[in-house]
Design a protein around this ligand. Structure first.
Ligand SMILES: C[S@@+](CC[C@H](N)C(=O)[O-])C[C@H]1O[C@@H](n2cnc3c(N)ncnc32)[C@H](O)[C@@H]1O
Length: 222
C-alpha cells in the first residue's frame, strides 16, 4: 500500500526543513510524512492530532539528532514505534547504518513497508526487545524517544553501546531532573557524567533536548 491517496492531508515541509535535511533527502522526508499522516494514523500508530504538527514535533525534532551521530556510524533506535527517531535519521543520513528495534508486529510491519517504499537499504528492522540483543550487538549510537524512564533506558541501552559510543535519549524539558534522579543507577553502571544537550535551537520550538551518556572512560558520576 502507498500513502498517495491521502498525501494532500500532509502538511508541507516548513522552511526549517531545508536547514535540517539535505535537498536531495527532503523528498524522502516528505514521503515519510505522507506515511505518518495516512497509514500511521489509520493503523493507530500515531494520533490524528499529531498530523498538523508532524514536521516540528516529529520529523525535525528527530532529525536534529544527526548532530550527535558521527559520520558512517552504526545507530540502533530502541522502541522505534512508527520510526521516531530512527527512520528519520536513516532518511537524513545515508552514511549511517540504522537498526530499528521494536517488539510489536503491527509497528514492525509498518516500518518494513516504509523502509521498502523509501528504498532505505541502510536501514534494518528487528522485531525484538532491547534486552534480547544484549551480548550479541554493539552500536556507535543507541537512540530512543519516549521509551522508558532514564534508569530503565540506561539498563536497556548501555549494553548495546560500543566502547567509544554513546546512548542518546530524547527527553523533554525535565531532562536535567531525570538525570539527577538517575544518579544511583548511573553510578552503579559506571557511566561517564551525562550531558544534557539542546538541539535545533532557532529552527523549531521547543528545541530537542537529549541526554547523552557514554558507557565509561570519561569523568565518572560521583
Ligand atoms: C511510546 S512508544 C514511542 C515510539 C517512538 N519512539 C516515538 O517516539 O514515537 C514506546 C515504544 O517502545 C517499545 N518498547 C517497549 N518495550 C521495549 C523494549 N523492551 N525494547 C524495545 N522497544 C520497546 C514499544 O513497543 C513502543 O513502540
Amino acid at each position: 500500500m502507498t500513502p498517495d491517496h491521502v498525501s494532500r492531508e500532509t502538511p508541507p515541509a516548513p522552511e526549517a526543513a531545508r536547514g535540517v535535511f539535505a535537498s536531495e533527502r527532503l523528498p524522502l522526508a516528505q514521503r515519510y510524512a505522507d506515511w505518518l499522516a495516512a497509514d500511521a494514523v489509520e493503523r493507530g500508530l500515531i494520533g490524528p492530532r499529531e498530523v498538523p504538527r508532524l514536521w516540528e514535533r516529529h520529523l525535525l525534532n528527530c532529525a536534529v539528532l544527526q548532530e550527535v551521530v558521527p559520520a558512517e556510524a552504526t545507530v540502533c533506535d530502541l522502541g522505534s514505534g512508527a520510526g521516531l527517531p530512527g527512520l528519520v535519521l536513516a532518511i537524513a543520513r545515508p552514511d549511517v547504518e540504522v537498526t530499528l528495534v521494536e517488539p510489536l508486529l503491527r509497528r514492525t510491519t509498518f516500518l518494513e513497508e516504509v523502509v521498502a517504499d523509501l528504498a532505505l537499504d541502510h536501514c534494518h528492522v528487528r522485531r525484538t526487545r532491547a534486552e534480547e540483543l544484549h551480548g550479541s550487538f554493539r552500536f556507535d549510537v543507541v537512540t530512543s524517544r519516549a521509551v522508558a524512564p532514564l534508569p530503565k533506558l540506561l539498563r536497556w541501552s548501555l549494553p548495546l553501546v560500543a566502547e567509544q559510543g554513546a546512548m542518546v535519549a530524547m527527553k523533554g524539558a525535565g531532562a536535567a531532573e531525570e538525570v539527577r534522579a538517575a544518579r544511583p543507577e548511573l553510578r552503579r553502571l559506571g557511566c561517564s557524567t551525562p550531558e544534557v544537550l539542546t538541539l535545533g535551537v532557532g529552527l523549531f520550538d521547543p528545541p530537542t533536548t537529549v541526554v547523552r551518556v557514554a558507557p565509561g572512560g570519561g569523568p565518572q558520576v560521583g
